[in-house]
Design a binder for this molecule. Structure first.
Ligand code: AMP
Ligand code: ZN
Length: 433
């Protein structure tokens, strides 16, 4: 097995030794920031008490609200003059937060992205199109510098402008692209419009990430494009892409434990969940000097996959993110995650590439409506056929989510498409009727 750097192959003992040293340095470095100076003083913990990765549980958590309250510079652990780049989170859950990097921080980040891409089989001989949005979003420059670091011919395509994307894929004989999964599905309908078969391109690998998606969506993307699609996970607070990535085996994402300490906790009790169970991912930076973050509560729900990967990497794997703890919808007393709905919809052959969940309140009752695009070839005039399909979808959804949503079948390409992260749920329950 070819690896990108030596730390990729460290065994558990070596990894934990490295984590211990880096954690201590990170906590020490963090005390230089206004936020952690106060927070650590209040919790009474001293750097001298942090000597092993397990000691992390003595440290206080950091939340998105902390970052917001100390916006924009309260977490800086080095003088502002040392900072060379600022990024922001996409703000899907409120005002965005900003993260600043030194040149050295950017270098380690680029190395991690390069390692991640290499781990998914990308090589310096590849031509790589980055379809993530550039700008404050970390998927643009974050992936870009990693791809160049790996040595790929790198095309900074950015998001959107689908016909131009397709033209570039074709003209430049692109072999690898990074793309948001909902956009990959949408783009397939533009290929159709252009009467071009996506499988006729030179593409061999798609890196898909930045938003939750199901195994069913991966399968569709692989089928449509005739590629292997690898899951790519990251968040701006932890740099961005390059936190966890799939290897050739596609059995969960290796989380780079030389650069991050990962914990999975019960979001209610804040205690670690038993091995292999789903909980909230908590991450600590180990290599960032400009703006270290300790025990960041990501809100992302996942689990450690027990056992070792078939590859030689010993960095533990996390399962695909099933959603965010704040994504959970409570409808008629039942807890439902959007990915449960996606899983059902995307396994139905008649269902097209887009859907939208709408929540409304009728009287005192919450109603869930699922609007589903139907593939052209199945969108028939015959009302009875459509009704049958509608009932089939409603029935399969009920089996998964235990309530019966209203199912609305709509024509292909009629739901809003986003070039960035897809908005899967529109909640109108608190809007004045
Ligand atoms: P941002 O920092 O704005 O780019 O958003 C980061 C968030 O995007 C993460 O906390 C996750 O909720 C989501 N995300 C990123 N990558 C993935 C992925 N591969 N699967 C599921 N969710 C993801
Ligand atoms: Zn592996």
């Amino acid at each position: 097995m070819q690896v990108f750097d030596s730390q990729e192959l460290l065994d558990r003992a070596e990894l934990e030794k490295l984590q211990a040293v880096r954690l201590k340095n990170t906590v020490y470095q963090a005390t230089a920031s206004l936020f952690y100076r106060n927070r650590l003083a209040r919790s009474g913990i001293k750097v001298a008490q942090v000597n092993s990765p397990e000691d992390i549980s003595r440290l206080p958590f950091t939340t998105k609200e902390d970052l917001r309250e100390h916006y924009p510079f309260g977490f800086l652990a080095m003088p502002r003059e040392k900072m060379v780049r600022l990024h922001a989170s996409s703000g899907t859950t409120g005002t965005s937060t900003v993260i600043l990097h030194t040149q050295n921080d950017l270098n380690t980040w680029a190395d991690l992205v390069a390692r991640s891409m290499h781990c998914a089989g990308v090589r310096s001989s590849d031509t790589f199109q980055n379809m993530s949005g550039y700008g404050l979003f970390t998927g643009g420059l974050g992936i870009h510098y990693g791809a160049e670091r790996l040595g790929c011919l790198t095309i900074p395509a950015g998001a959107g402008n689908s016909k131009r994307q397709i033209r570039m894929l074709k003209d430049f004989q692109v072999t690898v692209a990074h793309i948001i999964p909902s956009y990959a599905l949408h783009l397939s309908s533009v290929f159709k419009e252009l009467e071009l078969d996506p499988r006729s391109l030179d593409l061999r690998i798609l890196l898909i990430g930045a938003e939750p998606h199901t195994e069913e969506v991966r399968a569709r993307i692989q089928e449509i494009y005739g590629v292997q699609a690898y899951n790519s996970y990251g968040l701006s607070e932890m740099n961005g892409p390059g936190v966890a990535f799939e290897c050739a085996h596609q059995t969960g994402m290796h989380l780079w434990e030389d650069a991050y300490i990962a914990e999975i906790i019960d979001p209610e009790t804040l205690e670690p969940v038993p091995e292999g169970q789903v909980g909230e991912l908590v991450l600590t930076t180990l290599c960032r000097k400009g703006m270290p973050i300790l025990r960041y509560r990501t809100r992302d729900l996942t689990r450690f996959i027990p056992g070792e990967c078939k590859c030689a990497r010993r960095h533990r794997r996390i399962d695909r993110i099933t959603g965010r703890s704040d994504d959970m919808m409570v409808i008629k007393g039942v807890n439902i995650y959007p990915m449960q709905v996606e899983k059902v919809l995307m396994s139905i052959p008649e269902v097209g590439q887009n859907y939208l969940i709408q929540l409304e309140r009728e009287g005192y009752l919450d109603q869930m409506q699922v609007r589903v695009e139907i593939r052209d070839e199945f969108f028939v005039e015959d009302m009875r056929e459509l009704q049958k399909l509608q009932q089939k979808i409603a029935g399969l959804l009920r089996e998964e989510i235990l309530i019966s949503p209203k199912v609305d079948l709509v024509e292909h390409n009629s739901l809003p498409n986003s070039q960035g992260k897809a908005q899967r749920v529109v909640d109108k329950r608190n809007e004045p009727g």
